[in-house]
Design a binder for this molecule. Structure first.
Ligand SMILES: C[S@@+](CC[C@H](N)C(=O)[O-])C[C@H]1O[C@@H](n2cnc3c(N)ncnc32)[C@H](O)[C@@H]1O
Length: 429
């Protein structure tokens, strides 16, 4: 029995038919496999999650009146995995995918289930049907495809879906309070690790290797997508000021801000969840930052009185800009979640803005493609709060990420997640 496929099915069952997250489960199983197999496990799991709708459509064509929901979760995911291999992994011989699928079906079901799997998988390998509907072809919920087509046009909606089905990219941020980007790159070269520099951001590097291989460099870097690194740069905080990060955990951006101000200043990092603040505290300890003051609290009942010079508000959002890395989001999100989130985000922005001094800067950011949560929230806020205006004076290096007055990191162009941010200044009376 192939252990990698077995692990893939166990993870898929928890993610697609349960509520676990792939980025939590994958590392647990990867560590139990030899190095050479780890990439394959990730590819099988992420590929199957991404293509779920297309796979289900394909399998159900051959189930002769049955639905996948009539089968047990384990068998469902055995069929999804084997179908993914047959349709999308050219380097794996089809007979091997069918045979291993049947072996797994036998392991998790009775003999009848194994012969059903055999019949279905052979027919899929022979037929390889292609759906007409673009959302099935590219495996996204229809409502999400239609939303993007309405917001960005059909062509862009199609390229977003195609790009979401590619593997995600792996970025790190050099901890510039401990090592210069040049010396860090030298260390990577001496470890034989390939990387790509990002012209706009000297601390950002795309790494072509596994996270595990960077273990020797602990404390010298943070794993963080390029799109998130751009946001803290967009805040462009000055040293020796009071900075609030009001939706801070697990602290990816807080620790970046500490590095930008060279640890000179006060950063209050607020989050409502104690466990997430614990992670933030651990991270900032490992990176060696002394300027961060973690606080557990609800921004809607802020435990803070003093006013800040700079505020970062990286709100909870639908996350549709992160589907390359977190594909299960698209199967869990519902259309009605978007307006609910937008209302919550506006409330958070209203509260946060009350904690800013006159002349101060607040950055509102999300990792979603949904206009309602992005410029929708900002425009509503500006209508109710005329003492704020969009600030133009961002970091010059970020010009390439600007879309009019907003920062919009395009996930396709930049090989990253999508990010939106608005930089607002409170007028001085
Ligand atoms: C997008 S995440 C922040 C990610 C973080 N900025 C980073 O870069 O690592 C949003 C955070 O907002 C927090 N949050 C949501 N509602 C909140 C509230 N009312 N008060 C404080 N934090 C809140 C969530 O717990 C979550 O950690």
């Amino acid at each position: 029995m192939d252990k990698t496929r077995l692990f893939a099915v166990l993870i898929l069952k928890e993610v697609l038919d349960g509520s676990r997250w792939s980025n939590r489960l994958l590392p647990e199983f990867r560590n139990r496999l030899p190095y050479a197999e780890r990439g394959r496990l990730t590819e099988l799991v992420m590929g199957t999650i991404k293509m779920k709708l297309r796979l289900d459509w394909t399998v159900e064509r051959y189930l002769r009146g049955y639905k996948l929901s009539d089968l047990t979760p384990l068998i469902r995911n055995v069929l999804r995995l084997a179908t993914y291999e047959i349709l999308f992994l050219e380097k794996v011989p089809e007979y091997a995918s069918v045979k291993e699928g049947v072996n797994l079906a036998r392991r998790f079901g009775h003999r009848g289930v194994a012969s059903l799997a055999n019949a279905v998988l052979r027919k899929i390998a022979a037929g390889k049907p292609v759906p007409q509907e673009p959302w099935i072809l590219h495996s996204h919920p229809e409502w999400l495809y239609r939303r993007w087509a309405a917001a960005y046009g059909q062509e862009i909606a199609l390229s977003i879906m195609e790009d979401n089905n590619r593997p995600s990219n792996f970025y790190v941020r050099v901890n510039t309070s401990r090592i210069s980007p040049e010396d860090f790159r030298e260390k990577l070269r001496s470890l034989g690790i390939d990387y790509r520099e990002v012209p706009e951001l000297e601390e950002a590097l795309q790494i072509f290797s596994f996270r595990e291989e960077l273990a020797d460099l602990r404390g010298l870097f943070t794993v963080q997508d390029l799109s998130s690194q751009v946001v803290s740069r967009f805040l462009a905080p000055d040293k020796k000021r009071v900075i609030y990060d009001l939706a801070a955990a697990p602290g990816g951006k807080t620790t970046h801000v500490a590095e930008i101000i060279e640890d000179e200043g006060i950063i209050v990092a607020l989050d409502r969840y104690r466990s997430r603040i614990k992670t933030l505290r651990k991270r900032s300890g490992e990176l060696g930052h002394g300027s961060i003051y973690p606080v557990v609290g609800d921004l809607l009942k802020p435990p803070l009185r003093a006013l800040a010079d700079f505020i970062l508000l990286d709100v909870p959002c639908s996350g549709t800009g992160t589907l390359k890395r977190h594909p299960e989001i698209k199967w869990r999100l519902k259309p009605e979640d978007i307006p609910k989130l937008a209302r919550y985000q506006l409330k958070l922005l209203e509260r946060a803005s009350g904690l800013l001094r006159d002349g101060g800067i607040i950055v509102y950011s999300t990792c979603t493609l949904e206009l309602e949560e992005n410029e929708g929230v900002v425009e509503n806020f500006l209508r109710n709060n005329p003492e704020f205006r969009l600030s133009e004076d961002a970091d010059d290096n970020l010009k390439g990420f600007m879309d009019g007055p907003y920062l919009r990191v395009n996930g396709i162009v930049n090989r990253s997640d999508w990010t939106f941010a608005a930089r607002l200044r409170k007028k001085t009376p």
